[in-house]
Design a protein around this ligand. Sequence first.
Ligand SMILES: Nc1ncnc2c1ncn2[C@@H]1O[C@H](COP(=O)(O)OP(=O)(O)O)[C@@H](O)[C@H]1O
Ligand SMILES: [Mg+2]
Length: 387
Amino acid sequence: MVGREAAPVPPRRSLPRPTGSGLVMRLRMAAGQAPEDFTASADRLRHAWGAHAVHVRPTKPGWLELRLVGWDVLAEVRPPRRRLAAGPLRLPLALPEDGEWHVRDFRTVPHELILGATQSGKSVYLRNLLCGLARQPVVLVGIDCKWGVELAPFTPRLSTLADTPDRAGELLDALLEEMEERFRLIGLSSGAGPDAVLTSDVWGLPEAVRPVPVVLVVDEVAELFLAANKDDEKRRDAMVTKLIRLAQLGRAAGIYLEVCGQRFGSELGKGATMLRAQLTGRVCHRVNDETSATMALGDIAPEAVLAATSIPAERPGVAVVGDSSGGWSRVRSPHLTLDDAAAVCRDTSALAPELPRLAPFRPVVAIEPAGPASPAAVPHTGRPVTE
Ligand SMILES: Nc1ncnc2c1ncn2[C@@H]1O[C@H](COP(=O)(O)OP(=O)(O)O)[C@@H](O)[C@H]1O
Ligand SMILES: [Mg+2]
């Protein structure tokens, strides 16, 4: 932006409005002024006003939003007190430094990628997400090919936990079948008859026949892409193709993906970038190098990549969230311990909706600490397995 200066006219502005952490006002840019001119001066304003941070964000053509943040809101994040923003498939998950909670809304952003180095806060983010969904009528399904170490504590509330690549393949097959059946249902409902409805997704169906939403959580996606030999490679390719298909078509069928990984680039193998492109929601925790940040946020905004690379190691849980519209912000989720998360999953296990197609995959929870083949092992619902 060499040689560019904002036209020397003050922009028109609205009255400043207080927020939970500072002030916000709207600015109407004068002719010849560009959002970049204001972004560039944000740091000077911050010093001039003695504020913790000043954020400038374009809202609509000609308009900017200027947010002044009084203190370091990310130092300690507590769960949102008002659950106002929460709703079916809508969860306030993380606090941005500049105001209102970042809400994960599966119906607007169906699939999401959570990226970050080890110990950067991915699992804590995922815990918040799973615990939020646990209280809702949502089928939760997990793939964790690290022998289930990450997702095992959530087993009581999960309808399925696939902990090997073979199981994951079978589970994806079942989900694809479920998706096809849902599409048939959507198609049938638009046929002739007094009850005919015209809809292109499950949400348009009458509540009585609407299938329950399914959220598939994949912890460490790289494990799915691993292939040691030629046979493995075939299996891997098949699995990746299935995941891509779910990502491409799942939204309309009410099937959503939440994918975690340390890196997610073309080096993972065939199909990786194609799958990534479908995961439009992005959460990038601290990463070790700029390439990783670019994998998560490169197609969103260059400034977002920069922000992600400057997350300090002593602030785990801080992340940059972005979406395909180009908007992004720095956020942190409340700290949720594994014990608390496991307790939520135990308390809500009875809320897990039935999905007959996944019944054969129902995870088994040992009543007593015993081996997996122990006779004390029963399905988590406590009902006898009827197959
Ligand atoms: N949002 C957060 N707020 C405070 N501390 C956090 C937060 N997220 C993570 N941490 C801390 O960082 C540690 C590592 O986080 P974790 O989610 O296990 O990282 P990852 O799964 O990326 O390896 C956690 O044990 C926790 O102490
Ligand atoms: Mg982890």
